[in-house]
Design a protein around this ligand. Structure first.
Ligand SMILES: CC(C)(COP(=O)(O)OP(=O)(O)OC[C@H]1O[C@@H](n2cnc3c(N)ncnc32)[C@H](O)[C@@H]1OP(=O)(O)O)[C@@H](O)C(=O)NCCC(=O)NCCS
Length: 154
């Protein structure tokens, strides 16, 4: 796995600041069939169980990963890489970099749902040790099924 911050030293990584929430909402609308809208993102942002890890290029949010810790599991809300910044290892980076902070909040594993048609995400997860543990069909609002995916922390 590429060390993104070493390859691209101008990128910065941080937890989400409130002034970047609108960028998250814009990316959600751009890439998802069923995006999180502003109010739910704000609600999640304000929840002590939720974190959004963000990578920025200057002021621009170029990747993020949101997760919500529920007992031993950190449930994936979403991870997105800005369309102009793909295939640089950013998804691998945010998903992996978030593990220690989710663990500090009590989680022992990530769990999430990926559309059956979402081959790019399934490929990313395969490269960083996530496993498919089952299928729920249908799962999403439009009737598409989901792979249930997990990463148990080491
Ligand atoms: C899926 C997504 C997050 C991948 O982001 P990314 O930053 O481009 O992924 P990475 O650069 O970390 O990819 C790492 C590896 O995964 C695999 N991969 C990533 N995208 C791929 C694609 N489109 N096709 C095939 N393999 C892919 C490759 O092995 C890649 O390594 P390589 O570039 O050296 O070949 C991005 O395409 C995206 O934002 N999609 C829309 C939102 C989404 O579906 N989110 C996930 C559901 S919550």
């Amino acid at each position: 796995m590429k060390n993104v911050l070493r390859h691209y030293p101008r990128y910065s990584v941080q937890f989400l600041y409130p002034w970047d929430i609108r960028q998250i909402v814009r990316l959600e609308r751009k890439v998802f069939l069923e995006p999180m809208l502003l109010a739910p993102v704000v609600r999640k942002y304000l929840s002590p169980r939720t974190r959004f890890l963000v990578v920025k290029d200057g002021p621009l949010v170029i990747a993020y990963f949101g997760y919500e810790v529920l007992g031993a599991y950190a449930h994936v809300l979403a991870n997105v890489t800005h369309p102009s910044y793909r295939r640089q290892g950013l998804a691998q980076f945010v998903l992996t970099h978030a593990e220690p902070s989710a663990a500090k909040m009590g989680a022992k594993a990530f769990i999430g749902e990926v559309r059956l048609s979402n081959h790019p995400q399934l490929e990313v997860l395969k490269t960083i040790g996530w496993t498919k543990v089952g299928v729920i069909n249908p799962f999403f609002g439009n009737g598409e099924g989901a792979h249930i995916v997990m990463k148990v922390f080491q």
